[in-house]
Design a protein around this ligand. Structure first.
Ligand code: ZN
Length: 272
């Protein structure tokens, strides 16, 4: 009964938002296997300023299918927060190879290009595309599309931070191309077949942005600042250190406001 009610609620929300006459329950089905024997390629490219520009990850195809039930955190949130190595002179960001290896092991590769029976994932910073400007704000749809195809963490961070509609449009276009939908005849549900971790990341981002959940933690020291709000007014993520930081900040502000009034009063009192 409860389940039925939830379904109905979901459907009416979808109807209201999209204006469709009929709504269907949908499920995602992850269609990729986790890799084994991951390794970093020997050819790691550096940019002019000595920073990391691109690298390659090789893996052997495994036979265990990716399973969300085994993940404590969602892949889009984990991926967007992976530590990035930066070249400040050029304003470039690229996911650190070690972090990318760890992510790939747990969630699977962002894509599955096969060369000589091995999966190959090329990770590039915007510099390897030959753009002189690396400020994503200045890019157009074509560059956005290219960054999405190259599975750019920097682009996802930008979209997460700004909610830029042009980027979301391109992510939507990309996701629509990548997804394969079918109807499950037993349940009547629409099944969305997802072929790799990057497509899932894009889908989850679009869903959570549309729900008003994507946010950046206000604590400048936050180790994983891209988070998902559970309340509309939430400004900081749920990490213990950020909650403590916010409480300290609040206490400090309160103290400044009230203590300054109090001491002003005291001073005036003394002067009389
Ligand atoms: Zn935080």
């Amino acid at each position: 009964m409860v389940k039925q009610k939830n379904l109905a609620e979901t459907s009416s929300t979808v109807r209201a938002g999209l204006g469709g006459a009929y709504s269907f329950r949908s499920v995602t089905r992850l269609r990729w296997q986790l890799p084994t024997e991951l390794e970093l390629g020997s050819h790691v490219q550096q940019n002019l300023a000595g920073g990391l520009s691109s690298y390659t990850i090789f893996a052997k195809p495994g036979d265990i299918t990716a399973d969300p039930a085994r993940w404590k955190a969602t892949p889009h949130r984990v991926f967007v927060n992976l530590p990035a190595s930066t070249t400040p002179e050029l304003g470039l960001e690229i996911v650190e190879p070690k972090a990318m290896l760890g992510f790939s092991k747990r969630y699977g590769l962002l894509e599955h290009n096969t060369v000589n029976d091995r999966w190959v994932l090329q990770v590039q910073s915007t510099a390897s595309l030959g753009y002189i400007s690396s400020t994503i704000e200045g890019f157009g749809p074509e560059e956005f599309g290219e960054l999405i195809r190259m599975k750019s963490q920097a682009l996802l961070r930008f979209a997460w931070k700004t909610g830029d509609k042009r980027v979301r449009d391109e992510i939507g276009r990309y996701t629509a191309q990548e997804l394969q939908a079918q109807v499950d005849i037993a349940t009547g549900a629409v099944v969305l077949n997802v072929a790799n971790a990057w497509t899932l990341i894009c889908m989850l981002f679009l869903r959570d942005h549309a729900a008003g959940k994507t946010a950046v933690c206000a604590n400048p020291e936050c180790p994983a600042p891209y988070f998902l709000k559970s309340r509309k007014t939430q400004k900081i993520c749920e990490a213990g250190e950020c909650v403590a930081w916010a409480q300290r900040n609040y206490a400090l502000r309160w103290w400044r406001e009230n203590e300054s009034k109090a001491s002003k009063g005291k001073l005036e009192g003394k002067a009389k």
